[in-house]
Design a protein around this ligand. Structure first.
Ligand code: AMP
Ligand code: MG
Length: 391
């Protein structure tokens, strides 16, 4: 059995980046850039009007301008303005090179079809977005390692970038073990419970924008366990096994993994919940044996599986953020193992939630953090500083 710290170090040591691939910008939401993105065009691509109004070539002597025509958004044009000349212009339209200000229409009096008077003196370059104001051709506009959110995709498209190099997403198998489990779509049967870990783990994977997830359900049968795991280890990047990793007579996952020849990185951590966690590697595939109790499974997923997944998809920062906060109430510590207590951070204080049992998932609906208690922690008094891990 190892400590939480040792387990986290082993996860860190084994974390690797996935390969990089090209994807179309339209498909890149949630991907992490592996190579900086470089602009194909200038933005704006031409001096652009920021207002509906009039583009003028400034005359120092008079507020009266001769109107030469009109430029709408999207128009190509070839107006060559002389001092004292103007064109009608609209937001987003190309400003003639010879114009040196755009005057908003509210500050202009239109005398007739061919003459306007400005109500105030124009300022040089006023209301003109200069060519390349946002970026120029060849400029690096988004750095390597950036998570592509909707704004990033919009920015890439504005720069004419149709595809990007990103880290690929892993293919993940979730292997659910347990004779007692029935599918949510079947009628309830005595002695059984509804199988709820697959939706839990799959949804967590989806939140990391990992969508290639296969769910395989097996009973507590040794040969089926071995065959299923052997096949999954050959076909996926990550295999997450739920249940069957403990020491019961019908827990076959550990034995099957050993028979298959999986390299064990660790098995069992001095922690609560999630003591029987298994982590191993088989020819480039990572395998976790997660305890079946839903809250244990989720804690192990957050603390040990997520960092590996995050690194695979290109994150440099893979661990959850930690900080010290005062606890809002006294707390009696049970047991000597390190503990991850589902907790709520509110108004710069943290409190332990009800329902800490490994079998109970409910506290995770509201929890936004863990209080992490190291091994052999003493009872806590109100306002004592504790280590908080933010979810
Ligand atoms: P195990 O780790 O297989 O010993 O299971 C520990 C506990 O978690 C048992 O009470 C199981 O019934 C429960 N459990 C295991 N797998 C699941 C699952 N997929 N969904 C809900 N509960 C589960
Ligand atoms: Mg079981």
């Amino acid at each position: 059995m190892i400590s939480v710290k040792e387990a986290l170090q082993l996860v860190e040591q084994n974390a690797i980046y996935g390969e990089t691939i090209s994807v179309s910008t339209a498909e890149a939401l949630g991907c992490i850039l592996a190579v900086p993105a470089v602009a194909i065009i200038n933005m704006p691509p031409f001096p652009q009007s920021a207002m509906d109004g009039y583009a003028v070539r400034i005359s120092e002597t008079s507020g009266n301008y001769v109107l030469k025509g009109e430029v709408k958004a999207g128009d190509e044009h070839s107006y060559d303005l002389k001092k004292g000349e103007a064109v009608r212009i609209f937001t987003g339209a190309s400003v003639p090179d010879t114009a040196d200000a755009v005057i908003m229409q509210e500050k202009v009096t239109r005398k007739n079809d061919s003459e306007i008077t400005l109500e105030e003196n124009p300022k040089l370059n006023q209301n003109i977005r200069p060519l390349g104001e946002q970026f120029s051709v060849g400029q690096e506009i988004i750095g390597k390692g950036t998570l592509l959110n909707p704004a990033a995709l919009s920015y890439l498209v504005s720069a004419g970038i149709t595809s990007v190099k990103v880290y690929r997403k892993p293919k993940v198998a979730i292997v659910i073990t347990g004779n007692e489990l029935i599918d949510i779509n079947s009628p309830y049967q005595q002695g059984k419970i509804y199988e709820s870990n697959s939706i839990l783990l799959r949804s967590e994977l989806n939140q990391l924008r990992i969508d290639e997830v296969t769910i395989i359900r097996i009973g507590d049968d040794y040969q089926t366990t071995e065959d299923t795991l052997r096949e999954a280890l050959n076909a996926y990047d990550f295999v997450l096994v739920s249940g069957g990793i403990s020491v019961g007579d019908y827990d076959f996952v550990g034995k099957a993994l050993t028979t298959i020849g999986t390299e064990e990185i660790f098995y069992k951590i001095k922690q609560k919940p999630g003591k029987p966690l298994y982590f191993g590697k088989h020819e480039g595939t990572f395998v976790f044996g997660l305890p079946g109790n839903p809250a244990s499974s989720l804690t192990c997923f957050y603390m040990y599986v997520t960092p590996l997944l995050k690194r695979f998809i290109g994150s440099s920062n893979i661990h959850l953020e930690r900080k010290q906060l005062p606890i809002a109430h006294a707390y009696t510590v049970k047991g000597i193992r390190a503990q991850f207590l589902k907790a709520l951070v509110r108004d710069d204080k943290v409190s332990v939630m009800d329902q800490q049992s490994s079998a109970m998932i409910a506290s995770f609906i509201q929890a936004n953090s863990y209080i992490f208690l190291p091994e052999y922690s003493e009872n806590l008094t109100e306002n004592e500083s504790v280590e908080v891990i933010l979810l």
